[in-house]
Design a protein around this ligand. Structure first.
Ligand code: PSU
Ligand code: MN
Length: 306
């Protein structure tokens, strides 16, 4: 038997030992979600935001076959510049470790690693979900099943509007995943504060979210799974739903034309939408991740105080 190849950053190790608040961050957003050099700049800003709000950031990735819980700035820079970094979801994590590979972890794989490391709160941009046309191509993100099984609170800006949001909400309901909009009744849609759909649940601040998460763990400690927090992008950074719809439709038509499939779909669409919007969607994307990092830190702090 070999030990699982996991390495903790010293700051994260100390925070775990002392029981101080920690926020996990994913890395597919770095390797596949944003162009260089904005990906690294985004990570630095997001980690600073977590620290400014009283928590330790733990960016999770696989580097040369080792699951890394927390990255030094040199590691982060190396990851952001790695050519051909893999996109690692639940199915790929052990494979990357066994083969000594490097990649960004998706929401699903980051949840697995965070939970294994003892980290309960994780902030990201948007989760994967049910893709448009899933009724024919079966493209449903492993993020949804991970939310059903792994008890981590995931702070997102909702599901990207490149997904089928109504079907994504149905799939989450089927899996027993609570979906909580923050401060509004409407489900946010990543770049947009609104989606035209009611969110299943609503809470208005980090304390209320922490109370709910703690209650859920108490009531159903047997396989209670995760919680999805849907935190709307700040108003000054949003691209309204109606405006976004046209950009998304164009990118999707082009992806279909070019035969983009499987795990390549999300990164391809994100990159294309950045081009189509002349970089505006990237500004929005960075703002929403930062906003989620702040709320994630506040939830982690509130959970620690309980
Ligand atoms: N949201 C972003 N950028 C991203 C992703 C989400 O703004 O890169 C990534 C996340 O890591 C998410 C993944 O878990 O896309 C979903 O991919 P798939 O649909 O192939 O499971
Ligand atoms: Mn997929």
């Amino acid at each position: 038997m070999t030990n699982p190849p996991i390495r903790f950053d010293p700051a994260v190790r100390t925070a775990l030992d002392q029981g101080t608040p920690i926020v996990a961050l994913e890395s597919t957003i770095i390797t596949h979600g944003m162009p260089r050099p904005d990906n690294l700049a985004m990570l630095e800003r997001v980690e600073a935001t977590v620290r400014d709000h009283g928590a330790t950031p733990a960016t999770i990735a696989v580097m040369d076959g080792t699951i890394r819980i927390g990255l030094s700035s040199a590691d982060a820079e190396a990851l952001a510049k790695t050519d051909g970094a893999l996109k690692l979801s639940r199915a790929d994590l052990a494979f990357a470790c066994a083969q000594g590979l490097t990649g960004g972890t998706t929401v699903a794989a980051t949840m697995m690693a965070a939970h294994g490391a003892g980290i309960a709160v994780f902030a990201t941009g948007g989760i994967g979900g049910v893709h448009q046309g899933a009724e024919t191509d079966f493209d449903i993100s492993a993020d949804l099943d991970e939310l059903a099984r792994t008890p981590v609170t995931v702070v997102s800006a909702g599901a990207k509007a490149i997904l089928d949001i109504p079907k994504t909400l149905e799939a989450l309901e089927t899996r027993g995943v609570p979906v909580i909009a923050v401060g509004q009744d409407e489900m946010p849609a990543f770049w947009s504060r609104g989606s035209g759909l009611d969110a299943p649940l609503r809470l208005d601040n980090a304390e209320a979210i922490a109370r709910f998460v703690a209650m859920r763990a108490q009531l159903a400690d047997y396989r209670h799974g995760g919680v999805l927090i849907a935190n709307p992008v700040p108003a000054e950074a949003e691209i309204p739903h109606g405006e976004m719809a046209g950009f998304i439709a164009q990118a999707q038509a082009e992806a279909a034309e070019q035969g983009i499939k499987g795990k390549h779909v999300t990164p391809w669409l994100l990159a294309r939408i950045v081009e189509i919007t002349g970089g505006r969607s990237l500004v929005t994307n960075i703002a929403l991740v930062e906003n989620n990092a702040k709320l994630g830190a506040q939830i982690a702090v509130a959970l620690t105080h309980r």
